[in-house]
Design a protein around this ligand. Structure first.
Ligand SMILES: [Zn+2]
Length: 452
């Protein structure tokens, strides 16, 4: 059976991920992501209203025109998890393929909301949305010997999976995005046992496509429970403070949000989630039963209800509340940034605490915006608690363990630019792989033929 891989997006950047695998006549697409930084760099761009070709030209979504060189029928579009760099282009591109979107329940729900928020293509989008759980399989095409499997992984968003396409030539494992978490918060540990089995059964692993994000960092990425105890220690240390405490984190990181909610309650404060995306992710997770917030946790998305909540907090006393808000990267329109600029009814006073349960994404725009936001908060006397966070991506030893478990014949580094691939290439070479032979460093828009 001919096996070919199209590296469509996310091979020159972090963002706009998209990869296609052809096994005989059948094609499976992994991810259709948005490169948000290419959008935010332009002022006031509303992607919802933009045409896909303009977004391709902007470098915001994958240039999928290379798909016409792939001879086969697309049978499934498989987003691995709900981060925008993996699902953000589905509303722009999926309608061109006569195939269902297949994903885990939480991811499907986020895809659904994204498509509903789309004005340009919402009418042409009629792809089926199919839920599949980790551990389940689905047959692909009519040949009877291609199968799709989901393996449960742990990442900075719940319900993430690594999809595997089983073919007679071996398995193709798509490794974006994960860390190896054996004591996560809210969900099961990563299913390493299944990866080890896949590495040994049948013809083993033909190809492993890997997220290289933290390949250059030594050791292993700590568990989410590590960030959780760091958070607990921080919040406990300010338990006696009788002024304002505000926390910010990734709104999509529901595990983290739930830890903050819990510790806020522990110190006798009422947690409130503020901001549209806070309401979206946490509300969805709660509806689907991934998390059970205390009944009195407020979630407010709309500007008016947020302002009303802030006014109530100021009236009843900041010492009774712990607002959890957006703005951990200093995004100009996010809640914390607006609070720093004094644009909300919440007044930050001398000695108030601001907890950043996030790390600054090392990119000049983010770093500049975050710097500004922090300066504004400090000018009002805020005390800053920073980097209470663990990454969602594997470091060097995690990558080594994955190679050891899977023993792939071929490797394709992904989710980075050339500079980001370099440490992963070093690791793979130390394990006997060679560039141009079985280690395929590539760019966006290329085809790699693995079996002719
Ligand atoms: Zn991710």
């Amino acid at each position: 059976m001919e096996i070919e891989i199209a590296t469509i997006g996310g091979y020159e950047e972090v963002g706009r991920q998209m990869t296609a695998v052809r096994a005989g006549d059948d094609v499976v697409i992994f991810d259709m992501g948005l490169n948000l930084s290419q959008v935010l760099i332009h002022d006031n761009v509303e992607t919802e209203k933009m045409h896909s070709l303009d977004l391709i030209d902007m470098g915001a979504i994958p240039d999928d025109r290379v798909m016409s060189d792939l001879e086969g029928d697309v049978q499934a579009i498989v987003p691995t998890h709900g981060h925008l760099d993996h699902i953000g282009a589905i509303s722009k591109l999926a309608h061109r393929y006569n195939a269902p979107v297949v994903a885990s329940p939480f991811t499907i729900e986020l895809v659904k909301q994204q498509v509903e928020g789309e004005t340009k293509f919402s009418e042409s989008f009629d792809n089926d949305l199919v839920k599949m759980q980790a551990g389940e399989t689905m047959s692909i095409g009519d040949s009877g010997n291609v199968e799709l499997e989901f393996v449960h992984v742990t990442h900075s968003i719940i319900d993430a999976i690594n999809p595997v396409v089983h073919t007679p030539e071996g398995a193709i494992v798509y490794g974006l995005d994960k860390r190896m978490d054996h004591s996560p918060v809210l969900e099961d540990p990563i299913d390493m046992q299944r990866f080890r089995e896949i590495g040994r059964e049948g013809n083993g692993v033909l190809c492993y496509i890997e997220d290289c994000t933290n390949a250059g960092r030594k050791g292993r990425t700590p568990s989410e429970s590590h960030a959780r105890s760091h958070l607990e220690d921080t919040i406990r240390s300010i338990e006696d403070y009788d002024g304002g405490i505000v926390a910010t984190t990734f709104s999509s990181h529901v595990s983290r949000v739930s830890s903050i909610v819990e510790f806020a309650k522990d110190i006798g404060r009422q947690p409130v989630l503020l901001g549209r995306s806070m309401e979206k992710y946490s509300g969805t997770a709660e509806r689907l039963g991934f998390v059970d917030f205390p009944d009195d946790v407020g979630m407010y998305g709309h500007r008016k209800s947020v302002d009303r909540t802030f006014k109530r907090i100021m009236k009843e006393g900041k010492e009774n509340y712990l607002p959890i808000v957006t703005g951990h990267q200093g995004e100009p329109r996010a809640m914390l940034t607006r609070m720093g600029r004094g644009e909300t009814p919440y007044e930050i006073e001398d000695g108030d605490k601001v907890i950043f349960s996030a790390r600054v994404i090392p990119e000049p725009t983010n770093e500049g915006q975050r710097y500004q936001s922090e300066r504004l908060l400090r000018m009002q006397g805020a005390r800053i608690y920073d980097e209470i966070h663990v990454s969602g991506h594997l470091r060097e030893e995690g990558h080594y363990q994955m190679l050891d478990a899977l023993q792939p014949q071929h490797i394709i580094p992904a989710h980075q630019d050339l500079e980001g691939f370099a440490p992963y290439v070093d690791l793979a070479e130390s394990q006997g792989y060679a560039m141009g032979r079985d280690l395929h460093v590539t760019r966006n828009g290329n085809m790699i033929q693995l079996v002719e």
